[in-house]
Design a protein around this ligand. Structure first.
Ligand code: FAD
Length: 425
């Protein structure tokens, strides 16, 4: 059966567009090569970070999301927030409540605020602002840890987490500020029963392997026992862990640790590859499945068109190429990590449709040029294909790492592309 809408890309953006189109009763087919940048994300949902921050000044001054959005729009007229032109802050909040409601139905609670960013420690010992985060990370908001007695607890042999370094750098960063901690200590505990077990014969201890180990109830029980023993009587108010407390059982595991220690427990924000990113992508995938959206694994290599209308896609599934036709199309293929934009030295290309790109002052904001309806257009604003819409990080004109707006743009443009693709049928 020919779908009403075909979507290229299965990260956050593709999923949001698919859910929006499906909600309006349309038949949706989503094609994706693999997981993209969404699965590498930190578990933080960035809407508009701290671009107003002034070195040496307190965080509080720069955490207002509406003010950060206004500043982004002032500085970058090509930014998707600027293009949409409406009051962006209430619009994102409205679309975000809808999407978070769907996630909540899957048992996945995003914690945070649409008004003010929270600030979290990362595994590198730096601090990072974001609007929302997973429950397992959210207790680590340093704005709520003033005067805390903190233990940073690592896992012996886990190479990408150094509890001593992390503790020292966070303590030093906060010292002398209103957010200073009362005490900060560190330690490491072994993951008993994992190295050399039948499930891990190679004896590997990467973040992924540690997270898999902590999904095993016997290994986790013995870990909780060691944590309880280590913390008993020391009066810690907060315990920070590496972001590996289970791939699937992280919610139950955090609750068990809080119950055993009486302290607030949190994972710090990860390096890549990211277990919280994988968890987020898995919940998004399960939402697509439960909503009845057809997802196929394949690579879209090109398109057919009749003048300014796309008439079909060429999709390689395993080794065979098959045509795919739909009424409208959405390109949500990501940027460099997802694969939507290719870099050849200093030249960049979108290769499925050959769309016109914006190359800003840094390659980090390179991507497809769109108009406010999310239609791809040329430099003069002429629409290239009437039934194609673009969304998320394949769009140019913004830098998610600098403006810290990756998920906000994915959400907003994903919804708009989904709505406009339906309207266009
Ligand atoms: C390392 C990293 C970490 C980040 N961390 C955060 C964070 O913590 N918080 C945050 O808010 N933002 C973060 N971002 C920004 C992030 O990119 C966006 O928030 C958002 O997740 C992007 O989603 P997307 O769906 O547009 O792209 P992606 O998630 O990259 O998805 C692109 C999809 O398109 C598919 N695809 C591409 N080409 C084809 C093709 N030819 N055929 C079929 N399928 C194709 C890919 O397989 C993939 O499924 C991060 C970005 C990076 C690179």
């Amino acid at each position: 059966m020919t779908p009403d809408i075909a979507i290229i890309g299965g990260g956050l953006t593709g999923a949001v567009s698919a859910l929006k189109a499906k909600e309006q009763g349309k038949e949706v087919l989503l094609v994706r090569m693999a997981w993209g940048a969404t699965a590498l994300g930190s578990g933080g949902f960035d809407v508009a970070g701290d671009i107003l921050r002034i070195p040496g000044r307190e965080w509080e001054d720069s955490l207002d999301i509406a003010k950060n959005i206004a500043e982004i729009c002032r500085r970058t007229p090509q930014h998707p927030y600027s293009l949409v032109g409406e009051e962006i802050h209430p619009l994102i909040k409205n679309k975000g409540e809808w999407f978070f409601g769907l996630l909540r139905e899957q048992g996945y609670e995003m914690k945070g605020s649409w008004e003010k960013n929270a600030v979290f420690p990362t595994a590198l010992g730096t601090l990072r602002a974001t609007a929302f985060s997973l429950g397992s990370l959210s207790n680590g908001n340093i704005l709520e840890m003033k005067g805390a007695r903190v233990l940073c607890l690592g896992i012996s042999g886990l190479s990408d987490f150094n509890s001593g370094f992390l503790t020292r750098s966070l303590y030093e960063k906060l010292k002398g500020t209103p957010l200073e901690w009362k005490k900060a200590e560190s330690g490491d505990l072994p993951l008993k029963g994992w190295i050399g077990s039948t499930k891990n014969p190679a004896g590997e201890l990467s973040s992924q392997s540690a997270a898999m180990a902590l999904d095993e109830s016997d290994i986790f029980s013995s870990f909780v026992e060691s944590v309880e023993k280590k913390t008993k009587g020391d009066g810690y108010s907060h315990i920070l862990f590496p972001p590996v407390l289970g791939v699937s059982r992280w919610k139950e595991n955090i609750s068990a640790l809080e119950k055993a220690t009486g302290a607030r427990c949190a994972e710090v924000f990860p390096l890549s590859p990211s277990i919280p990113g994988m968890r987020f992508q898995r919940v998004v995938d399960s939402l697509l499945g439960k909503t009845g959206i057809n997802v196929i694994q394949g690579t879209v290599t090109g398109c057919t068109h009749n003048g300014r209308r796309v008439t079909g896609l060429r999709v390689i599934k395993q080794v065979t190429e098959e045509p795919l036709a739909a009424g409208s199309y959405i390109l949500a293929s990501g940027r460099f990590v997802g694969g939507g934009i290719k870099a050849y030295g200093r030249a960049f290309a979108e290769e499925i449709f050959g769309l016109s790109l914006i190359s800003q002052e840094t390659s980090m904001s390179t991507g497809v040029r769109v108009n406010p309806a999310m239609s791809p257009c040329d430099e003069a604003g002429g629409v290239l294909y009437g039934n194609l819409f673009c969304a998320g990080s394949v769009i140019g004109g913004y830098d998610p790492a600098h403006e810290m707006c990756g998920s906000g743009v994915a959400l907003l443009t994903g919804v708009l592309a989904g709505e406009n693709a339906v309207r266009n049928l």
